[in-house]
Write a protein that binds this ligand. Structure first.
Ligand code: ZN
Length: 412
């Protein structure tokens, strides 16, 4: 049989023997090459041998697909300085006495967990669900560690519901720093007081670095941010939430018009309008020739839908254009006039929201970097939720978002 040697790459040990169990697991029995330890009472260096502790078996990285364990009987040392001559068990750098795995193995599991699920990793590694959870808990805090953050720039406030259709909301607080999104908190509910309490807990030195708060159109968030940060911080209503609202109004009109056309058109002609819901929701620039044809046919039957559709696209274009706040203000005011002159009623609700949050919506044009990441983050969380059948614990959700965001830079 061809043979080769591999180095175990673990410091401070010698391998005494290698066994293979009936199941095919490999067990490497090792001894420490480090002399002495520090007394757990007085902290002095001690070298007085006091036998060995019982064997511990630590899961390590697989070798050629075989489960591998490292077995060690830790050396014990007695302190001659302290009263009662206490005994201290030596520990080595490559394992944590609280864990049944080597540190290297735990880091490997953390990397496996990025964009994956506990169940999935547990099956692939033949490692219990609780063991995987234990590793996550040992490696990731359940809340943000402020000392690791230098500045905040843009803070994002957004809500998601944990269960589809349920009013079971959590608030996601993020920061956008150098094009990177950091998770700051997952808060239960979306009450103003909860959000305010968290924002107030941001250390002073970091509060000073916040330039803008990008939020959902929700009074609780907007007021919490205003009360904590005051006038110096710009509050921006996320443009994607704005777009969602006018798109929803267009969708409402589409439903009404389709009902009308279903009655008025022949079955054959009506069928030709199949798929218009998706076509209307798509970006116009991405439509195929076939889709454009269907759209034209639809507009022939429903001129008001064409007007509404064009108005929506015009508003999106304003948000896409690189313009100043004052130009944007003028153009959106013109847009409002157009809507009123068109006689369309479908945007009434949107128009009143637009008035209510006017300043905060046009604040977007001060600093365009503030958009997008909240929504991008939201999609990421939706994926985590889908992957993990809805994580209902806010602390665990925080850990998983953190791991997906930072995992590759931490464990590769
Ligand atoms: Zn001592």
């Amino acid at each position: 049989m061809a043979r080769f040697e591999i180095s175990l790459d673990i410091p401070d040990i010698n391998i005494k023997k290698v066994d293979t169990t009936k199941k095919g697991d490999r067990i490497l029995t090792v001894v420490s090459t480090v002399e002495g330890t520090h007394c757990h009472k007085c902290g002095r260096a001690i070298t007085n041998h006091y036998g060995h502790g019982g064997p511990i078996k630590l899961r390590h990285l697989s070798i050629l697909g075989m489960k591998t364990y490292i077995r060690i009987c830790p050396t014990r040392y007695q302190c001659t300085h302290c009263a009662g001559k206490p005994v201290t068990t030596q520990t080595l750098n490559w394992y944590d006495p609280r864990s049944p795995h080597t540190k290297e193995y735990e880091e490997h599991i953390m990397l496996e967990m990025v964009n994956s699920t506990v169940v999935d990793v547990s099956i692939k590694e033949a490692l219990g669900y609780k063991a995987v959870m234990g590793i996550i808990h040992r490696h990731i805090d359940t809340e943000v560690s402020w000392k690791d953050i230098e500045r905040l720039d843009v803070v994002g406030l957004d809500e998601i519901s944990l269960k589809k259709g349920h009013k079971d909301f959590v608030t996601i607080v993020t920061a956008r720093i150098d094009e990177q999104t950091k998770i700051l908190a997952v808060l239960k509910g979306r009450k103003k007081e909860t959000v305010k309490e968290f924002l107030s807990s941001i250390p002073k030195r970091l509060k000073k670095t916040v330039n803008a708060v990008c939020s959902d159109m929700y009074d609780g968030y907007v007021n919490a941010a205003t009360e904590v940060f005051g006038k110096d911080v710009i509050i921006v209503v996320d443009r994607f939430h704005v777009a969602k609202l006018y798109r929803k109004d267009l969708d409402g009109l589409r439903k009404k018009e389709m009902k009308r056309l279903e009655k008025e058109l022949s079955e054959k002609e009506y069928k030709k309008l199949n798929g218009v819901m998706w076509i209307l929701r798509k970006n116009m620039k991405e439509l195929t020739d076939e889709e454009l044809k269907i759209l034209k046919r639809l507009f022939r039957h429903s001129p008001i839908l064409e007007i509404a559709y064009k108005l929506c696209n015009e508003l999106t274009d304003i948000f896409e254009d690189d313009i100043s706040k004052s130009v944007a203000t003028r153009r959106i005011n013109d847009w409002k006039k157009q809507v009123k002159e068109s006689g369309l009623k479908c945007f009434n609700r949107f128009l009143s929201t637009l008035d209510k949050y006017w300043d905060k919506i046009v604040n977007y044009f001060i600093n365009r970097q503030t958009s997008g990441f909240v929504e991008g983050m939201n999609n990421k969380i939706k994926v985590i939720k889908r992957r993990c059948y809805g994580i209902l614990n806010v602390k665990h959700l925080f850990q998983r978002i953190y791991l997906d965001l930072e995992g590759y830079s931490l464990y590769v």
